[in-house]
Design a protein around this ligand. Structure first.
Ligand SMILES: NC(=O)c1ccc[n+]([C@@H]2O[C@H](COP(=O)([O-])OP(=O)(O)OC[C@H]3O[C@@H](n4cnc5c(N)ncnc54)[C@H](OP(=O)(O)O)[C@@H]3O)[C@@H](O)[C@H]2O)c1
Length: 253
């Protein structure tokens, strides 16, 4: 069975990705830790769109999690034709004060699992001569972010990695795009206990972000910044002194 695999499908942007792809009649594999949330969404989408939806609860920051997930998919003869690498989280605070284990988890989820999933799905996509990967970064990718130092760095990693991968796999007919949303109304701020910071108050709608990401993947655009305001801010970092971009990022947090 061909399917789109969406990580972080239990909340926020991941739920919207799942709904949009289900409307396109794509079978889905939903991945996140909260199985109950995934099951609830899966039932809704199966009923509404008569598609197959597989729930694969996993903590993708755990060692070996991606390998276990891919083995399960292989056992069920599921081919990933579209990969939406969306799962991610942030922490707010000074790097030196934040728990190192949690920051390591962030690197393992935001970067390592994303890279491993890309590597796992590419051989079959290469054989087929088709496939799509959408990696979710952030406008945080464009500058350093004091008080969210590791998060911003993970997003810079995702953008850099995705752009390079975009060029590498293009000759095989595989599309790779990187979606860079600005602040968006999801659970990410409550999860990081920062729903009152200025960044959170600027948040836009997840539906627009997802539509921009899927459109970019469709036309194989290397990366897309969602929203005009965010596009201008991201572009401005190319010309502004780096100290100024750091100061702006810090003041928003
Ligand atoms: N919202 C924004 O302002 C914003 C802006 C720029 C970029 N982004 C990016 O957009 C992506 C989606 O975030 P969101 O805003 O939709 O956040 P969200 O509402 O907090 O959702 C995050 C998703 O990631 C999953 N997740 C977290 N830890 C996980 C783990 N260890 N293993 C597997 N899944 C895990 C969560 O599910 P479980 O808790 O069930 O595991 C949830 O489904 C992230 O990569 C984020 O960095 C968001």
């Amino acid at each position: 069975m061909d399917a789109a695999l969406i990580t972080g499908a239990s909340a926020g942007l991941g739920v919207v990705f799942a709904k949009r792809l289900a409307e396109q009649k794509q079978n889905l594999v939903l991945v996140a830790r909260r199985k109950d949330k995934l099951e609830e969404l899966a039932a809704e989408l199966r009923k509404a769109h008569a598609i197959t939806v597989v729930v694969a609860a996993a903590d993708l920051s755990a060692p070996g999690a991606v390998a276990i997930l891919m083995k399960k998919l292989a056992a069920h003869k599921i081919s990933v034709t579209t990969l939406i690498n969306n799962a991610g989280f942030t922490l707010h605070g000074l790097f030196a004060d934040l728990d190192m284990a949690r920051q390591q988890e962030m690197i393992d989820l935001n970067c390592a699992a994303l890279v491993q999933l890309c590597h796992a799905v590419l051989p079959e996509m290469k054989t087929r001569g088709s496939g799509g990967i959408l990696n979710v970064a952030s406008t945080a990718a464009f500058q350093a972010g004091p008080r969210m130092a590791v998060y911003y760095a993970t997003k810079a990693f995702i953008l850099s990695f995705s752009e390079a991968l975009h060029d590498e796999v293009k000759p095989w007919g595989i599309r790779v795009s990187c979606l860079c949303p600005g602040p968006t109304q999801t659970d990410i701020f409550t999860a990081a206990k920062i729903s009152t910071i200025r960044l959170a108050k600027m948040a836009g709608k997840p539906e627009k972000v997802v539509a921009d990401g899927l459109a970019a993947l469709q036309r194989n655009q290397a990366f897309v910044v969602s929203g005009l305001h965010n596009k201008l801010l991201a572009q401005s970092t190319r010309f502004a002194p780096r100290a100024m971009t750091r100061w702006i990022a810090k003041s928003l947090q």
